[in-house]
Design a protein around this ligand. Structure first.
Ligand SMILES: Cc1ncc(COP(=O)(O)O)c(C=O)c1O
Length: 320
């Protein structure tokens, strides 16, 4: 039994459609208590601020977020007794707003993007004395993935070597924390970032405009360890959304836009690494039979992160 909902962090790693001669496995982060990868940094940032004596229950927290971090912070704030205001770009889905309110958070919508949300959160902090957790620069964000996401992946692959990690980038916390820990374990592994084709700051150095929720903040986050990245893949929103529909209809995996993008990018990477000559066995049988089949370890393995659920996007018409 867990002592609190905050102890119920942890998600499955599931094989998804893979090219012949390679395996793509996706970590389904919607299985976390607040429904996304961002529960991990949200809880970790609150715990770190408590340890540093910056906040204690009853205090006020303000955070600019495209939604999922806010929901994670709202879960942790409810469980620990904080007053929370979330500043949210008005383009973010209705589900996100309602979920935040359901957990008791106040929400303030701003016209514009994450840059505008950050500016408004700074104002609220200056006016009210509320504490900002600062997900774009807070080391506890990436550390949460270093301490939890990566070890769960290492355990799930049961001794098999990982060849590539493919992850979408918002704050960069997921790819930095998970990538750092996995590279310690698998030094030859490549780390591949995914960003919106319409707003490819990492690839081109120039910000654009995109409507992805959660990835592509329009600037290079302080937290992102760009040295860790071996390459960058870009994916256009219509392609990512088509992939979300395919994953739901053909694989029974309901995920959001950034997961669709990660899935496409992971498939591209796996296509490049695939070794059809090796006759790689299907993953589930090899794992559930309690060990690796002969020769299995040579088969390329690409791990990707699916940050949240498609349920969070139903009102956008994504699955219509
Ligand atoms: C749906 C979604 N995808 C991807 C990301 C990017 O994750 P990170 O901020 O760890 O880079 C986020 C972050 O909020 C998100 O909400």
């Amino acid at each position: 039994m867990d002592g609190s909902i905050l102890d119920a962090i942890g998600t499955p790693l599931v094989r998804v459609d893979s090219p012949e001669g390679a395996t793509v496995a996706a970590k389904l982060e919607s299985f976390n208590p607040g429904g996304s990868a961002k529960d991990r940094p949200a809880i970790a940032m609150i715990e770190a601020a408590e340890r540093e004596g910056l906040i204690s229950p009853g205090d006020s927290i303000v955070e600019p977020t495209s939604g999922n971090t806010g929901i994670g912070i709202a879960v942790a704030s409810a469980a620990r007794g904080y007053d929370l205001t979330i500043v949210l770009p008005d383009t973010m889905s209705e589900e996100r707003r309602r979920l935040l309110r359901a957990y008791g958070a106040e929400i303030e919508l701003v016209a514009g993007d994450m840059m505008d949300a950050r500016a408004r959160a700074d104002e609220i902090m200056a006016d009210t004395g509320a504490v900002q957790l600062g997900q774009f620069e807070n080391p506890a964000n990436a550390e949460a993935h270093y301490r939890t996401t990566a070890p769960e992946i290492i355990e799930a692959v049961e001794g098999r070597e990982i060849d590539a990690l493919v992850a979408s980038v918002g704050t960069g916390g997921t790819i930095t924390g998970t990538g750092r820990r996995l590279k310690e374990e698998y030094p030859d592994m490549d780390v591949i970032a995914v960003e919106p084709e319409e707003n490819a700051v990492l690839s081109t150095g120039t910000a654009g405009k995109d409507e992805f929720q959660g990835m592509g903040p329009g600037f290079v986050s302080e937290l992102l360890d760009v040295e860790l990245l071996d390459s960058i893949e870009t994916v256009a929103l219509p392609d990512a959304e088509r992939e979300c529909r395919r994953l739901a209809r053909e694989e029974g995996i309901l995920v959001g836009q950034s997961s669709g993008a990660a899935s496409i990018a992971a498939r591209r990477v796996a296509d490049g690494l695939a070794r059809p000559d090796l006759n790689c066995p299907e993953a589930p049988a090899a794992f559930s039979d309690g060990g690796l089949e002969a020769g299995y370890d040579d088969c390329p393995l690409v791990v990707t992160i699916f940050p949240d659920s498609g349920e969070r996007y139903l009102s956008t018409g994504l699955f219509d």
